[in-house]
Write a protein that binds this ligand. Structure first.
Ligand code: NAP
Length: 218
């Protein structure tokens, strides 16, 4: 039975992907817990902003390895904020949760990824620097670009010669609390594609791809 560990699965895409993978016969450990009980996932309590909680989870899973570990947690920050208006604290929170905390979690959880497996970071097409032709959501986009940059180093320095793929995933524009009701696709469409991508991807290397498997320019 393939297995996954998903960080940030209380609602939205993380919750949907947990249910999707379990429906496909995967064994899934997911965090945080409350809304997950009905999915059949094994539950874990993690605040990604606090590395100690990630480390505690890793310790509690000692001896277990997973085909896929996904760092899905993320926030939008103040939607109206720009670089000209945002406060230092709000900016620090956004970059901490969307870039620094995920890479820290990735480093803590990488030993739990099986050889031949993959580690995923839920980024966004908005984190593409090469593909950026607009000024929409500049701070959120910059935080995901920072995450993409950090994962490039992670793939070289931390994964190194291990047989583990690194996936920078864009879920599509999805109808969730974050994506809003006018988004392009529903959660079921996004997580169906993401589950296919995760199941099909094999090492080596790093890919920046969307839920349909299409490559995104860095
Ligand atoms: N929706 C879209 O259109 C879209 C597009 C591109 C990328 N994304 C990315 O996809 C991911 C999921 O987005 P979504 O649309 O499902 O968002 P969502 O509905 O707002 O859900 C966000 C998830 O992240 C968790 N989370 C936030 N901060 C956390 C923390 N400090 N520790 C642990 N978990 C935390 C939330 O848990 P709580 O319930 O505890 O807050 C929740 O489970 C995010 O990384 C987002 O940036 C989304």
């Amino acid at each position: 039975m393939p297995s996954a560990l998903i960080i940030g699965a209380s609602r939205g895409i993380g919750l949907g992907l947990t249910a999707e993978l379990i429906g496909r016969g995967w064994d899934v450990v997911a965090s945080p817990s409350p809304a997950l009980a009905a999915t059949g996932a094994r539950l874990a309590q993690v605040d990604i902003d606090t590395s100690e909680t990630v480390a505690t989870l890793a310790s509690s899973l000692a001896g277990e390895t997973f085909d896929h570990v996904l760092i899905n947690a993320g926030i939008t920050g103040g939607k109206a904020d720009t670089a000209s208006t945002v406060s230092r604290d709000a900016m620090a929170h956004l970059f901490w949760t969307n870039a620094i905390a995920p890479i820290r979690a990735g480093r803590i959880l990488l030993p739990l990824v099986k050889e031949g497996g993959s580690i995923g970071f839920m980024t966004s097409i908005l984190g593409s620097v090469g593909g950026r032709t607009h000024g929409y959501a500049e701070l959120y986009s910059a935080s995901k670009a920072a995450l993409n940059s950090l994962t490039r180093g992670f793939a070289v320095q931390d994964v190194g010669s291990r047989s583990v793929a690194v996936l920078n995933l864009h879920p599509g524009w999805v109808k969730t609390d974050m994506g809003g009701p006018d988004a392009d696709i529903d959660v079921a469409t996004s997580v169906g594609g993401l589950a296919d991508v995760i199941a099909a991807t094999r090492p080596p290397g790093q890919r920046y791809i969307d839920y349909s498997g299409a490559a995104i320019p860095w």
